[in-house]
Design a protein around this ligand. Structure first.
Ligand SMILES: [Zn+2]
Length: 388
């Protein structure tokens, strides 16, 4: 990864530059992760507490600087409006001194941010944050900070590995990760807690590797019995992500769920996606994969026209928050599709509630990770740096 390691002369140059600018750039010397924290918005509320500089993007032209700032930033027809001043730029970079703070809509962030006007005239905000600073803001959302330290450490290593993997995959994209459930949920500095921060610090530089390279260390809330083979969902065929039996998440509050969907709603959602279907008369789970998740689902209308969907597509069409997993049985009752389901999430990699169950039984971080990602090693970033 090009952003990863700088050599000593560069370090010297940067320290000279920071002394001259009055803003420390020391934070650029680690692995930087780019997180999209805002997307497709007309305006944001930006507040800077401490010394700051605002640059035109990809230039060293300083547009504004000072000790304090708070204003609405809007997208305009040909640039941005900041503090009621129209600026013809497609974006700005906001840099603050290390002891200063950036607030975007009252959420506090470490690192720097870019505010960009997209082609559709909406704003995107990208947070440039050091890898571990990013993890501080992720862990709180992913696991309870009251859980045992061994599961928090396992989560820190999985999240660090996942972030590095995503960063490598996104090298030519405008950002590496989103701050919502489609990547890892990230709340910035506002979301940091003592225990989760400690777990990140105790596992500093540790990542999961297989065959000398990092793995896409997916994880999810609750598998409900068996984790999923990643190749059933994505183009990922890796021995550590083939699925394992899990008897540790039985106490998860997400182990069982039920969902009723009115048939008219299901019909509308299918039609919105371009499927030609009339009044639904039956649904049949045609096949399940080894982990018990729905492989193929057939939906028939009263004219015997049928649509066959994969479990993954079905969950996407209805909404991943509406249907917690693809591990379900389906039946039609009273003009409703009734789903009796198990677990929460895609099911690949570490089962978080299972990891919690293992830690409660005295298992260590390493044992938890090696259980859910069989064949992997815990190594340090420098050992895999050539691949990043
Ligand atoms: Zn489980």
């Amino acid at each position: 990864m090009k952003r990863i390691f700088y050599i000593l002369p560069m370090l010297f140059l940067i320290s000279l530059m920071s002394a001259a600018s009055g803003i420390s750039l020391e934070k650029s010397l680690d692995t930087i992760i780019r997180v999209a924290i805002i997307d497709d918005r007309d305006s944001i509320y930006l507040s800077l507490k401490g010394r700051y500089k605002i640059y035109a993007i990809n230039s060293d032209r300083v547009l504004m600087e000072g000790p304090f700032f708070s204003a609405i930033v809007k997208a305009t027809k040909d640039g941005l409006q900041i503090e009621k001043r129209d600026i013809k730029v497609y974006g700005v970079k906001v840099k603050v001194a290390r002891d200063s703070n950036i607030y975007v809509d009252s959420r506090r962030f470490r690192g720097d941010i870019d505010i960009m006007r997209k082609e559709n005239g909406k704003l995107m905000v990208i947070n440039y944050v050091e890898l571990d600073d990013y993890l501080y803001g992720v862990l709180y959302h992913e696991v309870s900070h009251r859980w045992p330290m061994e599961v928090l450490k396992a989560q820190a290593i999985a999240a660090r590995t996942f972030a590095l993997y995503q960063a490598r995959q996104s090298k030519f994209q405008p950002y590496d990760l989103r701050s919502d459930i489609y990547s890892q949920v990230y709340g910035g500095r506002t979301s940091e807690k003592w225990a989760t921060t400690r777990a990140v610090n105790l596992t500093k530089d540790k990542v999961l590797s297989f065959d000398g390279d990092i793995i896409p260390a997916y994880y999810h809330a609750t598998c409900a019995g068996y984790t999923e083979d990643a190749s059933n969902l994505w183009n990922i065929d890796l021995a550590p992500l083939k699925g394992v039996e899990c008897n540790f998440c039985k106490n998860s509050k997400h182990y069982k769920w039920a969902k009723d969907i009115p048939l008219w709603e299901l019909e509308n959602k299918l039609k919105d996606k371009g499927y030609k279907i009339g009044k639904i008369s039956s649904t049949t789970v045609m096949s399940k994969n080894r982990s018990g998740r729905v492989d193929k689902l057939q939906i028939k209308d009263d004219a015997e026209i049928s649509v066959i969907l994969t479990g993954k597509d079905f969950r996407q069409i209805i909404g991943p928050n509406e249907i917690r997993s693809t591990k379900f049985d389906a039946s039609i009752k009273w003009e409703h599709l009734t789903l009796d389901g198990f677990g929460w999430g895609h099911g690949v990699g570490m089962c978080q509630w299972g990891a919690y169950g293992m830690a409660r039984r005295g298992k260590k971080c390493e044992e938890i990770l090696k259980y859910y990602y069989p064949g992997t090693e815990i190594t340090t970033i420098d050992k895999v740096a050539s691949k990043l």
